[in-house]
Design a protein around this ligand. Structure first.
Ligand code: FAD
Ligand code: SF4
Length: 351
């Protein structure tokens, strides 16, 4: 059994107190240089702990203090609400609750599906929507014990000087592995970031940086407190496809979120496809407007889109699954996602 490192523990009951602890502990002590430990600050928030606790045990992070969010009683932190400016999800809402929420199921069925596909029932009961969005990136050379990593001389993300995925690379390309992030990006969601004396909204698309050491564009003293989704436009269709080895528990090896709008005649008004688990941030497939806008999404158009996604999305050896195979799966999963959104059966694979 891997023991936890030593750290101090605070579990305040009000958000203000949690934000103050983070601000006081991290002020002037975070550098944007160096490895992930330097980038995060000595005081970290923990929600369900389903990602953070294994990372502590592997000595991937060694904080001085953890601020638990689990006892916070502020109302806006929990549950799904239909409000004037959109659909809001509190960051401390459990994945199980979000997965079974009737409002999400009615408005964004793919998002509810995505949360249902995270890990296992026990992890979904503990894990939160906010922790899922802020999930650390993962890599086959990094998410290992300290002993295992030591044999390779560690890596850029922690304690080492080289990347084992991109030899000679100066950036970390560990994979963004959050199911929720991929979907929230495709749906045009925003995240509310609160800190001691501050409050701002940031589009989820802007929340992610292409750097696996710390892929979140948020300050060490900020917390994600809510997510806001725009009310669904008429004709919105959503879909989510996830590739993984063991359907019962695994992280995605490739994930595809689709959000498309059809007009009254069934022609495509807008299309957004986000592909993830390839690099440090989810990737919006660029250039789809000219292929899809104003057209019927028939077999020919779908074939063009899948080939286009194949050319843009190149998996890396950051996940222990054959890279070429994952690449070949990109068009297959994009096609399945489009057909799911359109309510058509996938039929025999042609991609
Ligand atoms: C076996 C296993 C399988 C898994 N499979 C999947 C999977 O298939 N898909 C998937 O997406 N995830 C998976 N996970 C990862 C994880 O369980 C989920 O993503 C979960 O939702 C994380 O939420 P949490 O509340 O437990 O986060 P925590 O572990 O508490 O925190 C995760 C990170 O986010 C930060 N954080 C937490 N809350 C906030 C906040 N409100 N504001 C700012 N920062 C915050 C923490 O400091 C930490 O860095 C898996 C985990 C395990 C152990
Ligand atoms: S991508 Fe490279 S630097 Fe990043 S965790 Fe993996 S081996 Fe380390």
């Amino acid at each position: 059994m891997l023991p936890l490192p030593k750290f101090r523990w605070e579990a305040p009951s009000r958000l203000d107190a949690a934000l103050e602890l983070l601000e006081r502990g991290n002020r002037g002590r975070v550098s944007d240089q160096g490895d992930v430990a330097a980038r995060r600050g000595p005081v970290l928030p923990v929600a369900g702990g389903t990602d953070l606790v294994p990372n502590l045990k592997h000595r991937l992070i060694t904080p001085e203090m953890l601020v638990s969010l689990s006892k916070l009683s502020d109302e806006h932190l929990r549950g799904v609400r239909d409000e004037r400016d959109g659909i809001r999800i509190g960051a401390l809402t459990s994945l199980s609750e979000a997965a079974g929420d009737p409002l999400l199921e009615a408005y964004f069925p793919a998002l509810a599906k995505g949360y249902r596909l995270v890990a296992s029932p026990q992890i979904r009961n503990m894990g939160t929507v906010g922790g899922n969005l802020c999930l650390d990136t993962r890599c086959t050379y990094y998410n290992q014990t300290s002993f295992w990593r030591q044999a390779l001389g560690y890596c850029l993300k922690r304690e080492g000087t080289q990347c084992h995925v991109v030899l000679g690379g100066t950036r970390c390309v560990a994979a963004s592995s959050s199911d929720g992030a991929t979907l929230l990006m495709a749906l045009g969601a925003e995240a509310r970031l609160q800190r001691d004396g501050g409050d701002r909204w940031l589009p989820v698309e802007k929340l992610f940086l292409g750097e696996g050491r710390r892929n979140l564009a948020i300050d060490a003293s900020e917390l994600v407190t809510e997510i806001r989704l725009p009310r669904p436009a008429p004709g919105l269709r959503t879909a989510y496809q996830k590739l993984r080895l063991r359907e019962a528990i695994d992280f995605p090896a490739l994930s595809v979120a689709v959000a498309l709008e059809l007009d009254e005649e069934g022609l495509c008004r807008s299309l957004c496809i986000v592909v993830s688990s390839l690099g440090a941030k989810p990737r919006v497939v660029a250039g789809l407007e000219r292929m899809a806008a104003g057209k019927e999404l028939d077999g020919k158009v779908i074939d063009e889109i899948t080939k286009h996604a194949y050319r843009q999305c190149q998996p890396l050896t950051n996940i222990p699954l054959d890279t070429e195979w994952r690449h070949e799966m990109v068009p297959v999963f994009v096609r399945r996602g489009l057909l799911e959104a359109l309510g058509r059966s996938p039929g025999p694979e042609t991609a």
